[in-house]
Design a protein around this ligand. Structure first.
Ligand code: C5P
Ligand code: MG
Length: 152
């Protein structure tokens, strides 16, 4: 078995889209980012890379490279998944934690889990998705933390 862990955070600003786990969330503020700023897909991609000691997504998709501007994070994930497939491992389960003060994300939980299941080709029962506030400690940012367990 291999275990992987990844995190990502973005600052929030007015007028930006808020995309979490591939789902567009209704919000006055969104992530300031080079790409679509999807913290879950970025943390997940980093978690997969870390499981195989393959570095991090910045090495594969440098934010200094204009070709990656506004790139769909699902495309980043697809690329990283290919590396995992080459190692002949498959995901057993993932655990995702999103920290965001507002808006509340509960109404999006099913859609987000379904989207992750679709992207990963994984049963929805293998996807843990936890929402937390920062209790006001970090009201202007969004953070995701992801653990992944893989088996040969
Ligand atoms: O962080 P805290 O324990 O105060 O979160 C309380 C509840 O609010 C959590 O159980 C979570 O399901 C929900 N929540 C949410 N959307 C967020 C943050 C928390 O639905 N952005
Ligand atoms: Mg609490």
């Amino acid at each position: 078995m291999r275990i992987g862990y990844g995190e990502d955070a973005h600052k929030l600003a007015a007028g930006k889209p808020l995309v979490i786990a591939g789902i567009q969330v209704e919000s006055e503020r969104g992530a300031i980012a080079h790409s679509d700023g999807d913290v879950v897909l970025h943390a997940l991609s980093d978690a997969l890379l870390s499981a195989f000691a393959l570095g991090d997504i910045g090495e594969y998709f440098p934010d200094t490279d204009s070709r990656h501007k506004d790139i769909d994070s699902a495309e980043i994930l697809r690329h990283i998944q290919q590396l995992v497939t080459e190692k002949q491992y498959q995901i057993n389960n993932i655990a995702v934690v999103v920290t965001l003060d507002t808006p509340k994300l509960g109404i999006y939980r099913i859609a987000m889990k379904n989207q992750l299941a679709l992207l990963l080709g994984l049963d929805v029962t293998k996807i843990g998705l936890t929402f937390k506030t920062s209790e006001g400690l970090a009201p202007d940012h969004i953070q995701a933390r992801v653990m992944v367990l893989l088996q040969p």
